[in-house]
Design a protein around this ligand. Structure first.
Ligand code: SF4
Length: 331
């Protein structure tokens, strides 16, 4: 479903907290939020490369691509508009707002598909229309076949002060209730260490105190975070604060993002180097969400010769023959 006319992408929307960080001089944040004067048209990418609306939406808001889990887009709105968003085709459009009945219909779909045991509330931002988030959570808690609930959000960074308001305090209270009964995960979009201010980290810790598992998702972005030191800093800081870096994605080939897609080779070099530098739990899974297919596929890193499994290179670059190692171990 195409929401905006071609070329008429989402409007610039920078939350006050994010604007303050830009004013303090963060180029990495500025590049994510300021609408470029001219968008690069070097690549002709599709608007919906993963076919979310075209192929996998049985009822409004639900994206059912993999058998046992669904993405539930409760809105197309976000507190801030990240110009690097893979869903730029629809962010900010009121067409994604779900009515009370549409939220009920989404829950009905999940209820009548008991093979779905994992639901990701997202959008837009899965925490932005906070009352809708709470309504969706209430309904999911009544569905026995739903074993795990996840929420995808960027609110802790877009608007950390929101978490001191009454509606968000209610949401946190509800999350505390849920986390005692079912695994609850909150995944926050974080791309650069400049985003990890003390205030933002405090909100992540506040969410963690509800009993929810808190993790992050990052996207490789050319000119923003395609830098091994910046990513080491980001993932180490998260890890030291008890937050698990979960995924780092290759940027989707979505319309308008051509200028932000990094060199694949460079990404693999960075992830190879990070594997050496970071502790295991600080290292996110590097994946490509494959357009035209199904799956978040981890690319091979530079430790494997020609992607084979017989020879690899260790952290020191030493060539290891796994066949010989196996024979030795038998003796
Ligand atoms: S918060 Fe997420 S969904 Fe919203 S604009 Fe940013 S990247 Fe897109």
């Amino acid at each position: 479903m195409q929401i905006f006319k071609k070329g008429e992408n989402m409007k610039e929307r920078i939350p006050p907290y994010v604007q303050k960080l830009i004013d303090k001089g963060s180029i990495a944040i500025k590049l994510q939020f300021k609408k470029p004067r001219r968008e690069t048209n070097a690549y002709q990418f599709p608007e919906d490369p993963l076919g979310e609306e075209e192929r996998y939406t049985p009822v409004k808001g639900i994206v059912h691509k993999f058998k046992n889990r669904v993405l539930w887009k409760i809105t197309y709105r976000c507190a801030g508009h990240c110009q690097i968003c893979t869903r730029r085709r629809q962010i900010g459009s009121p067409e994604g707002d779900l009515t009370y009945e549409e939220i009920e219909a989404g829950a009905d779909y999940i209820r009548t598909h008991p093979e779905v045991h994992d639901v990701i509330i997202s959008g837009g931002d899965g925490m932005y229309p906070v009352h809708d988030t709470m309504h969706a959570l209430d309904l999911l808690m009544k569905i026995e076949s739903v074993k795990v609930i996840r929420i995808g959000t960027r609110m802790p960074f877009h608007s950390p002060d929101s978490f001191r308001t009454k509606p968000f305090k209610e949401l946190l209270k509800k999350m505390r209730f849920i986390a005692k009964r079912r695994p609850l995960y909150v995944f926050v979009h974080m791309n650069h260490p400049d985003e990890l201010t003390r205030k933002v980290l405090n909100v992540l810790k506040l969410i963690k105190r509800t009993g929810a598992e808190v993790g992050t998702q990052t996207v490789f972005l050319k000119g923003i975070n395609d830098n091994v030191d910046a990513l080491e800093h980001l993932f180490t800081t998260l890890y030291h604060n008890g937050i698990r870096p979960y995924y780092i994605y290759r940027c989707d080939y979505a319309d308008g993002l051509g200028g932000r897609v990094c060199s694949f080779k460079e990404e693999k070099n960075i992830m190879t180097e990070l594997r050496k530098r970071l502790s295991g739990p600080a290292y996110p899974t590097y994946i490509v969400d494959v357009a035209g297919g199904k799956g978040k596929i981890p690319p091979p890193l530079g430790f494997w010769k020609n992607s084979g499994t017989r020879t690899c290179f260790d952290f020191e670059g030493e060539k290891i023959n796994l066949t010989l190692t196996r024979k030795k171990a038998k003796r």
